[in-house]
Design a protein around this ligand. Sequence first.
Ligand SMILES: Nc1ncnc2c1ncn2[C@@H]1O[C@H](COP(=O)(O)OP(=O)(O)O)[C@@H](O)[C@H]1O
Ligand SMILES: Nc1ccn([C@@H]2O[C@H](COP(=O)(O)OP(=O)(O)O)[C@@H](O)[C@H]2O)c(=O)n1
Length: 220
Amino acid sequence: MGLVIAIDGPAASGKGTLAKRVAKAFGFAHLDTGALYRAVGISVLRAGGDPADAAAAARAARDLHPEDGILADPDLRTDEAAQAASKVAAVPEVRAALLDFQRRFAERPPGGAPGSVLDGRDIGTVVCPSADAKLFVTASVEVRAERRLKELRERGIPAIPSDVLEDMKARDARDSQRTVAPLRPAADAFVLDTSALSADQAFDAAIDHIGSKTGLGPRA
Ligand SMILES: Nc1ncnc2c1ncn2[C@@H]1O[C@H](COP(=O)(O)OP(=O)(O)O)[C@@H](O)[C@H]1O
Ligand SMILES: Nc1ccn([C@@H]2O[C@H](COP(=O)(O)OP(=O)(O)O)[C@@H](O)[C@H]2O)c(=O)n1
């Protein structure tokens, strides 16, 4: 088992950006676990189903083959996919079906990488509770909605500011209040509030923390 770095946090807090940079700095493999839930949500929608239908969601999760390229599907990035993801993510059978793939990724990172960085909601609490370093990245909901709006516009996806903010609040509530693997920092996580930090500042703080936990330094 290589080194494991867990990065959790609410929507658009910057955990994906951070996870990618941290993985690059250490030569580790990166898994965006949110993409797994988005892929399940999209599969249900494409089959004409309702993401809140537990049986349909569980079936889609069992049939998911993440190696087949679905994680790179641009449709995964839409707000519709995000909402569907947070509905299927509340179904215990869906979480159970996705657990093996995530743990295998951490245990044997692809490409023979010496470690992995997983980002999501429950990496430090459920998927990899013995991760070598845990970060919980957060920011105020207004800052996060602003970031997501900018990102959607840059991708050419039309978005209404008040809708993005409301959708984010709804997803925060669903993710924090579900009974299975709710969004919360692990007891031993380093909480990094990026509301007033640039991506570079957040990266520097993360590297300091990871270094203090693991002795790792970024590759030159
Ligand atoms: N510290 C930061 N300051 C400003 N913008 C950021 C910061 N971190 C990330 N972003 C931007 O915010 C958006 C959401 O970041 P992302 O990493 O996708 O968040 P998450 O994975 O938590 O949903 C992206 O467009 C990203 O470039
Ligand atoms: N480890 C994870 C990752 C995502 N999710 C769910 O999947 C949804 C989409 O996650 P994401 O990380 O792609 O979303 P963003 O933070 O990028 O907006 C979240 O709202 C959660 O409901 C989860 O439950 N557990």
